[in-house]
Design a protein around this ligand. Structure first.
Ligand code: NAD
Length: 368
């Protein structure tokens, strides 16, 4: 029995996670995927109920779960709450307490949506890359940091880019494992030409991959060049590993190659448990709570459903089920069904539950 905690959150979170729940139940009925599903609050709704963006009780459930599936947090209602209780604090606490150091962001171009990209169809069609971003180190967390008054009418803002060997080793291993399951090609990106932390990154990634994953073809690419290559010829990459800062930027570039925010899944993984071998894991769409369309049944649930497909693949080791679900999404798009965010001329528009219905029907027909 697998333990799943669903944290729908705010805005469109509950709407899209409702569709995910139906998909999980489908896999229970048709594919023997037995689950205990629990639900709790995170974000603004948790603040309203408990005065904190996530309660200790919900955190304990998250720590005990095999996988946490999150919708989205935030919204204008909570713009003025205290900094430490703001909705995003719930997400940050989850990432910190679960020690989720690896962020996986696939950028996949569905054939039916190739024309929604800002790049030409032939550059984007068939794109399938995985960006692995270090999530808990680097310049966003390094010390010293702060804004200092220099007393002469000037101030100094300081952040520190810092990586230690163990942080690079563990993210390199996550990337290496993924590359072994994919095309055995890995690109690593940093700025070794101007940053010592980049030089260390480069050397440690080289050491881990060459000693532990000798079958992988590893290349190093400077982060600024990588940004250019991602818009020039993104298909040259398979798995791309990079630090927190560059990963923030490069993963957004790669994501936008494929069209809409409503289509983009993500996973954040921690270290494998010594006993079970399973990593702590949080799966969530890249998009936010979309307050502008919340409660109207318009939200695209595909990013959340594809995040669950990632959970099937990476936590539950059910690659065939993940393929089945991703195939169902592809077929529904091929049939011309669209939510408003990905609507194109000549296609049929539907809402959140209509898209969920169609994906379930596509799963049914794939099973039949
Ligand atoms: P957003 O991703 O919520 O929305 C950006 C635009 O994309 C909006 O026009 C929205 O309608 C559209 N959109 C997003 N997801 C969609 C979907 N599934 N289907 C259809 N359309 C979709 O980003 P934002 O507007 O900058 O932020 C809104 C709130 O979400 C803020 O409070 C922000 O802090 C929060 N946020 C949360 C997360 C998270 O929970 N991980 C991430 C980003 C933003």
């Amino acid at each position: 029995m697998e333990n799943i905690l669903i944290l729908p959150g705010d805005g469109i979170g509950p709407e899209v996670m409702g569709e995910v729940r139906r998909v999980i139940e489908w896999f229970g009925t048709h594919r023997g995927f037995e689950t205990n599903i629990d639900e709790d609050l995170v974000g603004g709704c948790a603040y309203d109920a408990h005065g904190a963006a996530i309660s200790d009780a919900a955190m304990e459930k998250a720590l005990a779960a095999d996988a946490v599936l999150l919708g989205a947090v935030g919204g204008p209602k909570w713009d003025n709450v205290a900094y430490e209780a703001r909705p995003e604090a719930g997400l940050l606490r989850l990432r910190a307490d679960l020690e989720l150091f690896a962020n996986l962001r696939p950028a996949i171009c569905f054939p039916a949506l190739a024309d929604a990209s800002s790049l030409k169809r032939d550059i984007i069609q068939g794109l399938d890359i995985m960006i692995v971003r270090e999530l808990t180190g680097g310049v966003y967390f390094g010390e010293p940091r702060g804004i200092e008054d220099l007393g002469n009418g000037q101030r100094r803002g300081v952040n520190t880019q810092v990586y230690e060997t163990y942080e690079i080793e563990r993210i390199a291993r996550v990337a290496g494992d993924l590359a072994m399951k994919r095309g055995k090609r890995l690109a690593s990106s940093e700025k070794r030409n101007v940053m010592e932390s980049g030089l260390l990154w480069n050397e440690e990634v080289t050491r881990i991959i060459s000693t532990e994953f000798p079958e992988i073809a590893l290349e190093h690419v400077l982060a600024d060049n990588c940004a250019m290559q991602l818009v020039r010829n993104p298909k040259q990459y398979d798995v791309l590993v990079t630090d927190n800062l560059f990963g923030d930027i490069l993963s957004d570039i790669a994501a936008m190659l494929t069209g809409s925010l409503g289509m983009l899944p993500s996973a954040s993984l921690g270290a494998p448990d010594a006993a079970s071998g399973r990593a702590k894991a949080l799966y969530e769409p890249v998009h936010g709570s979309a307050p502008d369309i919340a409660g109207q049944g318009l939200a695209n649930p595909i990013a959340s459903i594809l995040s669950f497909a990632m959970a099937l693949r990476y936590t539950f080791d059910r690659g065939a089920d993940a393929d089945l679900l991703e195939g169902a999404v592809t077929r529904v798009l091929d049939q011309g069904l669209r939510t408003a965010d990905i609507m194109q001329d000549g296609m049929t528009q539907t809402g959140t539950s209509g898209m969920g219905d169609a994906i379930l029907a596509a799963l049914d027909s794939a099973e039949a």
